[in-house]
Design a protein around this ligand. Structure first.
Ligand code: MLT
Length: 408
């Protein structure tokens, strides 16, 4: 008899963004005449930067020639890409990261979801609320939680992010082992300061904990002085793993490429308290279960670090930030409190009503898709998240429709 992993029974029936896609598809089927504008899932709409396209084409051509054809790539990713990542994304910002500590992957969603499997099932996990649902769901699947009750899983230490703490969670009051942080935050758009991040790193050092730092939206930070990487903070190399993505920066959501930095100083402990290298564990897992990202995709990602590529990525992120500023301005003018949207492509709006009801109302009255805050955790109830990832004209049109719906 094939037995199932019963931890899956604790999960909500479907993943947040699948649930939204199903609801929107059903609505569209029932109202085929209705125009729908999607500001829900953070999926990019602008084409790849031309520097990436050129590199991509050239690499595909190389694969057609017996002299330049390549089969399996190196397990951590090609050196040409990892060298650029280490030099430009970290060393240039004063963060001590070596190319050999970078693992190229098919996106940070997969890394965020997979990395928990190298830790014991009985570690205490701290997860912000609200936050990107992958952190919680993958720990539920792995059996690190009890049942779901009152909007929360037993066994998880929730790090509440609310108006009271300006959407930056306070340090836990009890010892925890594995800590997820995401800044700029998905969904709230809140950003963390150097001092606040230093507090988390110090906490992790004191408690021999590990921080999983999701920096998928760092390219949207414009305010000077805000950390883009956790390794800008003293002591982070010993207690932090950082995940990044080319999805929201260079438009790679469909191409798939990201990376995870696992410093060689990071330590985990076995049952007897003996130290082990987290880097070696992740390497073992990565080499066993993953065959890296295709050569053309890694060449396209490398092009992000050329002069033209970096300018084009900046233009791309500026484009979405212009949308974000407009969304924030218009919703604020309508009397809604908004968080994020300045150093982030997400705007967190206090809808002052049940968040799924707000979602339904916007879909029905305005034809606009947002993401209900409750989908990101109990503290998200009452809020919606609006994504700035769409064409500017579509965002303008969506805002006109929202205005009509909310004032009508
Ligand atoms: C989001 O909308 O939160 C993200 O696009 C989801 C993801 O990156 O997987």
């Amino acid at each position: 008899m094939i037995k199932i992993n019963e931890n899956y029974l604790k999960l909500k029936a479907s993943y947040l963004f699948s649930e939204i896609a199903t609801r929107v598809a059903a609505y569209q089927k029932a109202h085929p005449e209705k125009e729908i504008i999607k500001l829900g899932i953070g999926d990019v709409t602008r084409p790849l930067p031309s520097a990436c396209i050129e590199a991509f084409h050239q690499a595909v051509d190389e694969m057609s020639d017996v002299e330049t054809f390549r089969g399996y790539g190196p397990e951590k990713g090609y050196d040409f890409l990892r060298q650029k990542i280490a030099a430009v994304d970290f060393q240039a910002a004063g963060a001590d990261v070596e190319a050999d500590e970078v693992f190229v992957s098919d996106g940070s969603k997969c890394d965020c979801g997979n990395i928990q499997e190298i830790f014991a099932t009985d570690v205490t996990v701290a997860i912000p609320d609200p936050v990107y649902p992958v952190y919680l769901d993958t720990n539920v699947m792995a059996g690190r939680t009890g049942a779901f009750a009152d909007g929360r899983y037993r066994g998880i230490v929730y790090l509440d992010s609310s108006r009271a703490n300006s959407f930056i969670p306070d340090l836990p009051t009890e010892p925890v082992d594995l800590i997820y942080l995401c800044f700029p935050n998905n969904p709230t758009g809140a950003t963390i300061t150097m001092d606040q991040l230093q507090g988390w790193v110090d906490y992790a050092r004191e408690n021999r904990a590990l921080i999983l730092y999701d920096a998928a939206y760092e390219a949207y930070i414009r305010a000077p002085g805000l950390p883009k990487s956790i390794y800008e903070v003293k002591g982070a190399r010993e207690v932090a793993v950082e995940m990044r993505s080319f999805s929201k920066t260079a438009g790679f959501t469909g191409i798939r490429c990201g990376y995870t930095v696992v410093p060689k100083d990071c330590r985990g402990y076995d049952g007897s308290g003996k130290e082990h290298s987290i880097h070696d564990f992740w390497l073992r897992r990565h080499a066993t279960k993953f065959n890296s990202v295709s050569y053309p995709v890694q060449r396209a990602a490398e092009a992000v670090y050329t002069v033209n590529g970096s300018r084009q990525v900046r233009d791309l992120t500026d484009y979405y930030l212009r949308n974000a500023a407009l969304i924030r301005e218009e919703l604020t003018a309508l009397g809604y409190e908004c968080i994020g949207g300045d150093n982030s492509p997400y705007i967190w709006v206090d809808g002052r009503m049940d968040s799924w009801a707000f979602f339904d109302m916007l879909l029905e009255k305005a034809g606009v898709v947002c993401t209900p805050g409750a989908g990101f955790g109990r503290c998200g109830e009452g809020f919606i998240r609006i994504s700035a990832f769409n064409h500017h004209e579509r965002v303008q049109k969506a805002l006109e429709k929202i205005k009509a719906a909310l004032s009508g």
